[in-house]
Design a protein around this ligand. Sequence first.
Ligand SMILES: CC(C)(COP(=O)(O)OP(=O)(O)OC[C@H]1O[C@@H](n2cnc3c(N)ncnc32)[C@H](O)[C@@H]1OP(=O)(O)O)[C@@H](O)C(=O)NCCC(=O)NCCS
Length: 165
Amino acid sequence: MDIAVATRPVRPDDRTLFRRLWPRLSPDTVYRRFHAPLRGLPPEAVDRLVTVDHDLREAVVGLVGGEVVGVARYDRSPADPGTAEFAIVVEDAWQGVGLGRQLLVELIDLAARRGVRTLTATVQRDNDRVLSLIRRLLPGSAFTPDADVFTVASPLAPATAPTHS
Ligand SMILES: CC(C)(COP(=O)(O)OP(=O)(O)OC[C@H]1O[C@@H](n2cnc3c(N)ncnc32)[C@H](O)[C@@H]1OP(=O)(O)O)[C@@H](O)C(=O)NCCC(=O)NCCS
């Protein structure tokens, strides 16, 4: 059953909600998102995650009961703003009900409207959920194996109506 969760762009005052999200992520979810067995994030890393310019860097959060339960983000390359790396995480209790798909759809739309033409990502080769999402939402994606990960490169179609938000 898919649900619709309230979403909005991240704000600097989401710092506290991000800190509260961390302990609700299992070690497996943390590893798949960050590709390292992190036990926590230093304050400056949290600051960077919640501070974006909504152009070169963007993040969309999903909220339930006032708590952030998922985040999808992109970082455009300053040298090549037509290319952006994306990453996504949904807290374990909310996985499998369509939130990852909802957040990624919204992020792809924002990226396309701002002129991103290629989305890239690094994903574990056995990460069936995100691979399924990428195949469905980003047709034409190339998957290059490298040790236990795929480097993904996905072409984006130009958006029909550019936005300046
Ligand atoms: C990857 C992730 C963001 C997906 O979010 P989600 O809310 O769980 O995903 P959804 O409910 O939208 O489902 C996504 C797809 O996975 C499929 N899926 C759901 N449960 C599944 C399961 N137990 N096993 C395999 N696939 C499953 C869904 O059918 C859907 O596929 P479809 O698009 O072909 O229908 C989430 O699982 C997560 O945070 N994982 C850890 C971090 C991570 O892997 N990030 C990606 C690398 S940056």
